[in-house]
Design a protein around this ligand. Structure first.
Ligand code: F6P
Length: 361
């Protein structure tokens, strides 16, 4: 019987379990055996991290957030930090060992679900001869090759829900509420949730902001008898003069706060300059948790089954993608080359401007 391997790498996103459900269910129906690799490539290094998955194992997981396989960053197998006998950290390439184990265990395909980092690793394995199929995963929705990624819709709805709740408390106290949402390189979550959640100001990485524009919008609200304001800030937004360094790439591509969050910085400036009672909050990983929305479940199921169909057709080193409502396949190398930024001429940006939202420019 054909043996298929599935792994989930990088940060989690609502919908990962739905992909696993789809792969296990549809591959089993084709008569294949499915194995899950825990901890990314862990299952190809340690038998304990390799789990046989049958439909009974995935029953009920479709609606659950997170991933039953663990979404991990145990390092890049091509340059993995390992402690030697002298206690020193050495960087070693363990990819040959992983490929060897993959072949010895008799897998015919590896479905790698991950963000651009994990997909880059998957592509490097494909170049070494591993038959790999990629499934895109990021709540940030910033992959050019696909119209949507699962997890994004759930993150937007969590953020919108938070904004709805903040309106009443901001209004009761005549306060400015600054909400920092995820989005390191692109402002999709901030834009979609900010428009839907009735924000007054939305700051995204694609538009370096002028702090003076923010003051002007809040002051204008006051003039029009609106004594509270809601500001949505993407974590990767920055001031035009480059004063704020918000988040950066830390070790192994993880985000880390360098100079405090940009939301907190914006709130401080507003407080000092306008003497307005201001509060800031970071929604953080709340946006990655919880049950996926219907849209994300469906997209994840479509991605999972499309990946299994590609495996059947023998189309490897490709990533499944959504293009104009249909499933397609794009070479992984091409898919990870371009980040999808918010198009400043798009109708969403126009909508925001037309309803009076300040975008910081
Ligand atoms: O890329 C997805 C993302 O959720 C970003 O929006 C965020 O900056 C990052 O992951 C957080 O990752 P970590 O789990 O390492 O804190």
């Amino acid at each position: 019987r054909k043996k298929l391997l599935i792994s989930t790498g990088g940060g989690d996103a609502p919908g990962l379990n739905a992909v696993i459900f789809a792969v296990v269910t549809s591959a089993t129906r084709k008569g294949w055996e499915v194995y899950g690799s825990r901890a990314g490539y862990g299952g190809l290094l340690d038998r304990d991290d390799l789990v046989r998955l049958i439909p009974e194992d995935v029953e009920g997981i479709l609606s659950q957030g997170g991933t039953i396989l663990g979404s991990t960053n145990k390092g890049n197998p091509f340059c993995k930090p390992v402690e030697n006998l002298a206690g020193e950290i050495q960087i070693v390439d363990i990819s040959d060992k992983i490929l060897d184990n993959f072949n010895r265990m008799g897998f015919f395909c590896h479905i790698a679900v991950g963000g651009d980092g994990s997909l880059d690793i998957a592509h490097r394995f494909a170049q070494k001869g591993m038959p790999v199929i990629g499934v895109p995963k990021t709540i940030d929705n910033d992959l050019e090759a696909t119209d949507r990624t699962f997890g994004f819709d759930t993150a937007v709805s969590t953020a919108t829900d938070a904004l709805d709740k903040l309106h009443s408390t901001a209004k009761s106290h005549d306060r400015v509420m600054v909400v920092e949402v995820m989005g390191r390189d692109s402002g999709w979550i901030a834009l979609y949730s900010g428009i839907s959640g009735g924000a007054d100001i939305i700051l995204i990485p694609e538009i370096p902001f002028k702090i003076e524009s923010i003051y002007a919008k809040i002051s204008d609200n006051e003039l029009h008898n609106k004594h509270y304001s809601i500001v949505v800030v993407a974590e990767g937004a920055r001031a035009e003069d480059g004063e704020v360094i918000s988040k950066g790439q830390g070790e192994m591509g993880r985000s880390e706060v360098i100079l405090g969050g940009v939301g907190e910085w914006v709130a401080d400036q507003i407080r000092q300059r306008l003497k307005k009672d201001t509060r800031s909050l970071v929604l953080g990983h709340l946006q990655r948790g919880g049950s996926p929305t219907t849209f994300d479940r469906l997209l994840a199921l479509r991605f999972g089954t499309a990946a299994v169909r590609l495996a059947e057709q023998g189309v490897f080193d490709h990533m499944v993608a959504l293009a104009s409502s249909t499933m397609t396949a794009v070479p992984i190398a091409e898919a990870i080359r371009h980040r999808k930024k918010v198009d400043l001429e798009s109708d969403k940006v126009r909508t925001a401007r037309d309803i009076g939202i300040c975008l910081g420019d």
